[in-house]
Design a protein around this ligand. Structure first.
Ligand SMILES: [Zn+2]
Length: 296
């Protein structure tokens, strides 16, 4: 064996070793990141047929030592749930320094209902079906399943002048945090005059803005409900409560717990039905709730 041939051989082995090591490092990077191109359906992970499509409304955040997912969500003004969903994190505490997380811009989380298609959901939120599919790495719009959570990019519509001095986009606080199981608008041909936020039974409901309690008690299909008057013709209504904790006439602010969420009245599971009423006319609460949607 000549010396030249020997050197060539050694170089080839070195190159192959380097390639092997690079592959190991790439594959070994954070288990959460390795799952970025996978989709959570129920408790199982399945790989969609195409890679996650990037869009312009997501940026990256590099995890710093000591960061928690809650910190990162708050820092970026998004919900913990949205952050976990955007990064396909199976375990919310499983992040490490140096890991890069996707930070989606303003999103809400929709809880897919039985029989619902991606097209139905796109119509409910007035968001293009392809935008929702891309944001969720959902290659086949026909494969969504009930109970799955989807990120819906929020785009505040041109509202025109606010209906009152007090009411503008982002003016109301979220009474509680959770995935939207039914947005405002026509559903199966019938108007849904508020939004449904799916939560656990007993979750505290806070006032969306300062005001005064004008109704508490049982109210037909609404079940146990609370109505707050905020002045200037604006009222908010909280329905399907399990327990009411305020009385008519009480002044409230956004820290006041009005009631506990429940399943009373015409309801198929614990949730808050929230209405925003301007002089008695229901408005889409998503247009007025603050953009920052913290969770947990
Ligand atoms: Zn409802």
């Amino acid at each position: 064996m000549t010396k030249q041939f020997f050197n060539l051989h050694i170089n080839l082995i070195r190159a192959l070793t380097a390639m092997f090591l690079a592959a190991v490092i790439l594959l070994g990077t954070s288990p959460a990141m390795a799952r970025l191109d996978e989709l959570i359906v129920g408790n199982k992970y399945i790989s969609p047929p195409v890679a996650l499509v990037e869009d312009d409304n997501q940026s990256l955040y590099e995890v710093k030592p000591g960061d928690t997912l809650t910190d990162i969500a708050r820092l970026n003004g998004i919900s913990l749930e949205t952050l976990a969903l955007a990064n396909r994190l199976p375990d919310r505490d499983h992040i490490k320094a140096g890991q890069r997380l996707k930070i989606p811009s303003d999103c809400i989380v929709h809880l897919v209902q039985p029989g619902e298609t991606l097209l139905d959901i796109s119509k409910l939120y007035h968001v293009n079906v392809n935008v929702i599919a891309a944001r969720n790495g959902q290659a086949d719009p026909n494969t969504i399943l009930a109970g799955q959570k989807l990120m819906i990019p929020r785009s505040f519509p041109a509202l025109g002048p606010p209906p009152s001095r007090g009411l503008a986009a982002g003016w109301l606080s979220w009474p509680l945090y959770g995935a939207i199981s039914s947005p405002f608008g026509l559903r199966d041909g019938k108007p849904h005059e508020g939004i449904d936020i799916a939560v656990e039974e007993g979750t505290p409901i806070r006032a969306a803005a300062p005001g005064r309690v004008v109704f508490t008690g049982s109210r037909g299909t609404y079940g146990l409900a609370v109505i707050i008057d905020h002045g200037d013709g604006l009222r908010t209504l909280y329905a399907h409560c399990s327990k009411i904790l305020v009385a008519e006439g009480d002044p409230v602010d956004t820290t006041t717990v009005l009631a506990l969420a429940g399943n009373t009245g015409k309801s198929t599971g614990p949730h808050l039905h929230l209405e925003v009423l301007m002089n008695g006319t229901p408005l889409d609460p998503l247009n007025y709730l603050e953009q920052e949607h913290y969770y947990g």
